[in-house]
Ligand binder design. Structure first.
Ligand code: GDP
Ligand code: MG
Length: 236
């Protein structure tokens, strides 16, 4: 995608804040501090568009960014951060689950894993949930600039096994710092966005219904997914 415009759209703290028009959504998901906001900024080519932080656990809203007036990028709160008060954790969980419970949302989930670390049980829960729901998703290894070539090869192999990819297939691996791997990630994103009908492209209104009549086809595993969400699959 050749980016002509990108802008912050809304910071959703309640389900009523979620955009209601039918543009495609690309969501960045993963542990707190894995590099979601940094990757979003690198993908969109604007430093500081999404707030990044050295202190984990900062994002408490779903932040929506609109690109070329035609696709939303969504920066989700991270999970797995222990030092969050229970009440805040519950609020996030409800909000994220409310978002994911919407039919067909997001259109593409990017699940980020820090290339330096073993995936965790929460990473596994999220992947299982995405697969159970039949949601289009890509695993993206982050911060590869911090690895040597040799470490990078091992990390990619470990992730491929963890995901259960067929032999010869590899997960995407990127660096928000150097831009490595970003073109390949864009190809995956473009493929999903290209499949969406042009009718989804009229003016958005934050929290308001833009009046689109496009009917989104039901996805497989929708009802099972709801149970999985209620089972706490996305645990902030
Ligand atoms: N070296 C390096 N650091 C990164 C990269 N991506 C993120 N970081 C750093 O990791 C920390 C957390 O990043 P952030 O994007 O805020 O993570 P988030 O909590 O998942 O949104 C920050 O200090 C970033 O500068 C990367 O590709 N390379
Ligand atoms: Mg962030």
């Amino acid at each position: 995608m050749n980016i002509t415009t990108r802008r912050f759209h809304v910071s959703a703290t309640r389900p009523e804040d979620f955009p209601r028009d039918t543009r495609p959504h690309v969501a960045l998901m993963g542990r707190s501090n894995v590099g979601k906001s940094s990757l979003l900024n690198t993908l969109l080519g604007e430093r500081g568009l999404a707030r990044t932080s050295k202190a984990p656990g900062r994002t408490r809203a779903l932040n929506f960014f609109l690109v070329n007036e035609r696709v939303y990028f969504v920066d989700l709160p991270g999970y797995g951060y222990a030092r969050v008060p229970d009440q805040v954790r519950e609020e996030w969980k409800d909000l994220v689950e409310a978002y994911l419970a919407r039919p067909g949302r997001p259109d593409l989930a990017l699940q980020l894993l820090d290339a330096r670390h073993e995936p965790t049980a929460l990473d596994r829960e999220l992947l299982d949930w995405l697969e159970a729901r039949g949601m289009r998703h890509e695993i993206v290894l982050t911060k590869i600039d911090k690895l040597s070539r040799n470490e990078m090869t091992k990390s990619v192999q470990r992730a491929a096994r963890w995901i259960g990819l067929p032999p010869g297939r590899q997960p995407l691996a990127v660096s928000a710092a150097t831009g490595d791997g970003i073109p390949a990630l864009w190809r995956a994103i473009d493929e999903v966005c290209a499949r969406r009908p042009a009718s989804s492209e009229s003016a958005p209104s934050p929290g308001g219904d833009a009046g689109h009549k496009t009917v989104r086809p039901a996805r497989t595993g929708e009802s099972g997914a709801r149970a999985a969400i209620q089972g706490g699959r996305y645990t902030p």
